[in-house]
Design a protein around this ligand. Sequence first.
Ligand code: NDP
Length: 270
Amino acid sequence: MYKLTVFGHPIDHSLSPVIQQAFASQFDIELDYSKTDAPLELFVESLNAFLHEGGMGANVTVPLKEEAFKLCAELSKEARLAQSVNTLLWQGERLQGFNTDGLGLVQDIRHNQNQTIEGKSILIIGAGGATKGIIAPLLNQSPQSITIANRTLSKAESLCKHFDNVKLHAIDLDKLASLTEPFDLIINATSASLGGEELPIAKTAFKGCFAYDLMYSPDRETAFTKQALAHGAKVACDGLGMLVEQGALGFEIWFGQKPQTKQVLDKFQP
Ligand code: NDP
């Protein structure tokens, strides 16, 4: 029996155990995948206890990804660029860290949503941990440009500085209300949908775009996807596909086998 967990705070809402058990059953792997509630100050203690009880690795979610990054002896390229870790592997008494969030998003956009990123103008709203994780994998797909809009402009500016790419631009969230041109792809990476809030974006920005909310919801609709469709977006989806795809990449890191994601995603259709 392999032992894995997802660390976060809060963690009750996490779908990772259901997703990983579904992947494990595709290979007849016996998996004990739990949820571990760990506030930041107890994370190191909780992680050490889990690993010494036979844990082979873990997923890490809000607010622990940056702390997990600091604890790893080895890091994947994506984790190093994002400076955060969502997947841990305990290998020969060394902690290896990976960040599969951005690759999961790209996989979902390209293969589940059948949308292209190459040559597209992208607007990302939000400049928190999730945005940091998705920028490099999106840049690797050769978009035309990526504009990062944030309520706290300095955070968007420091992300542009960190990734140092001419395709990246930072703007204040307030500027979105007066946009006069549409974007091809608009990604909501704020936590505003959690409170059911609409974002202050001009209708024009959505015209014909593909809108993607990183947040997910059981009915597969969010305040942002509703706003986007009402304002002329061609397609809008929530972030469940990203969650499943980042999980599949994690499963492959732990078990060396690539699970099928479609049948798992189908289980979550409302
Ligand atoms: P952070 O807390 O790191 O960042 C939150 C961001 O949202 C900041 O840019 C913040 O702006 C902005 N924000 C918060 N409230 C508002 C508001 N009312 N209006 C405008 N901007 C607001 O969160 P994360 O980056 O970790 O997560 C962002 C979202 O992505 C969450 O909904 C999370 O669930 C989702 N997510 C989904 C994943 C998936 O697999 N589908 C994976 C990872 C994240 P400011 O800087 O000004 O405070």
